[in-house]
Design a protein around this ligand. Structure first.
Ligand code: NAD
Ligand code: ZN
Length: 357
């Protein structure tokens, strides 16, 4: 039986903070699925929304349920949905594409210029139930742990960014040892890269990168990349760069340490303007490629196959909380002393929350 109300973590007013509220369970339209959420994980985007920073103020329209990293099972579906059964374990692609533009028509949904973000532009997944167009639900391998499945959205960012290039035998530089940089290190290693060097300024995060298989980790506050190259016996610079910090200094560091003809994918979201020495790009014939989201659904296929063939992202998952302990989880996330934090929505009790929505 599907209840009429549910728990949901929402941005209720245009101000800092979040509230656990009692909200109506959404009703699936003819081509939607209703998903009973089991686990969610907290993303940097959720933290921006919690803090109500400049980006959140210009993007989020309260009241709205937040969150987009989740795994759950199909609890109901519209009468036009095919290919799913009640109880199927699913993840969801958080970018809802327009279905009308040239790229959507050509099957290049990741290049749609008119996407709606789950938990950003419409109600999200930090709730007992989530409604999604069936075309955005992805059946997942139930032998993969739920906590890992709830991280498939950022794992997809890492996979999409890393697999842009042929990595076999190449030397890879990853700037930023956040959860995505750490996952990228493991993917690069599994893809037969030679050296995978990860930089950060946070020693705890660099320790996770090392656990994930990085050949070397570099605290750029203490050590310089040319010294590491020397230590590893590298003579010509990095072949592949994966920018995953969103820090302009890290991007400049990367550009200065690439081999001629090096290829860079940029995932990190920079402040409005980030200056680089364009002559380095020109004279060293570097290729720069921006990356957004995941390739729908090729990335989902690839990351599932990577996990099935041994990729282990569990060192990146540092903490687990009941969804009702969200405040503590967000505090920890904002302290920078965590990797991925999982919220568990499976406990049955509906806590005492004001009926304000
Ligand atoms: P995160 O903020 O947890 O990690 C970024 C890391 O970069 C931190 O550990 C930080 O200490 C480190 N850093 C800061 N300055 C540095 C420097 N000078 N050199 C090296 N490292 C430095 O972020 P995350 O969740 O791992 O995501 C990585 C980036 O990707 C973020 O910028 C995020 O906003 C972005 N992102 C982009 C997309 C997309 O679709 N393009 C999707 C998800 C995330
Ligand atoms: Zn489109």
């Amino acid at each position: 039986m599907i209840p009429t109300t549910m728990r949901a973590l929402a941005k209720q007013t245009p101000a800092p903070g979040l509230d656990l509220i009692e909200a109506p369970v959404p009703r699936p339209g003819p081509s939607d699925v209703l998903i009973r959420v089991k686990r969610t994980s907290i993303c940097g985007t959720d933290v921006h929304i919690h803090k109500w920073d400049k980006w959140a103020q210009s993007t989020i329209k309260p009241p709205m349920i937040i969150g987009h990293e989740f795994v759950g099972e199909i609890a109901a579906m519209g009468d036009q949905v095919i290919g799913f059964e009640l109880g199927d374990l699913v993840d969801g692609e958080g970018h809802i594409t327009c279905g009308q533009c040239r790229n959507c028509h050509a099957g290049r949904r990741h290049l749609c210029a008119d996407t709606q973000g789950v938990g950003v532009n419409r109600d999200g997944a930090f709730a007992d139930y989530l409604c999604l167009p069936a075309t955005n639900a992805v059946k997942v391998d139930p032998s993969i742990p739920l906590d890992v499945l709830s991280c498939f959205d950022p794992l997809g960012n890492a996979t999409h960014t890393t697999l842009q290039w042929d990595l076999v035998g190449e030397d890879v530089l990853i700037t930023g040892a956040g959860p995505i940089g750490c996952m990228a290190a493991a993917i690069a290693k599994q893809s037969a890269a030679r050296h995978v060097v990860v930089t950060d300024v946070n020693p705890d995060r660099l320790a996770i990168a090392a656990q994930m298989g990085a050949t070397a980790t570099v605290n750029v506050a203490e050590e310089k990349l040319p010294d590491i190259q020397k230590r590893l016996g590298m003579t010509e610079g990095f072949d592949i760069g994966l920018e995953m910090s969103g820090n302009p200094a890290a991007l400049r560091d990367m550009i200065n340490n690439m081999a001629h003809g090096g290829r860079i994918s940029l995932l990190g979201i920079m402040p409005e303007e980030a200056a680089i020495d364009w002559n380095k790009v020109v004279f060293n014939m570097l290729t720069l490629r921006g990356i957004y989201g995941r390739e729908i659904y090729e990335t989902w296929y690839k990351m599932t196959a990577l996990i099935q063939s041994g990729l282990d992202i569990s060192p990146v998952i540092s903490h687990r909380f009941a969804c009702t302990d969200y405040a503590e989880a967000f505090e920890l996330m904002m302290s920078g002393k965590s990797g991925k934090i999982i919220l568990n929505w499976e406990a049955d009790v509906l806590p005492e929350v004001p009926s304000n929505r």
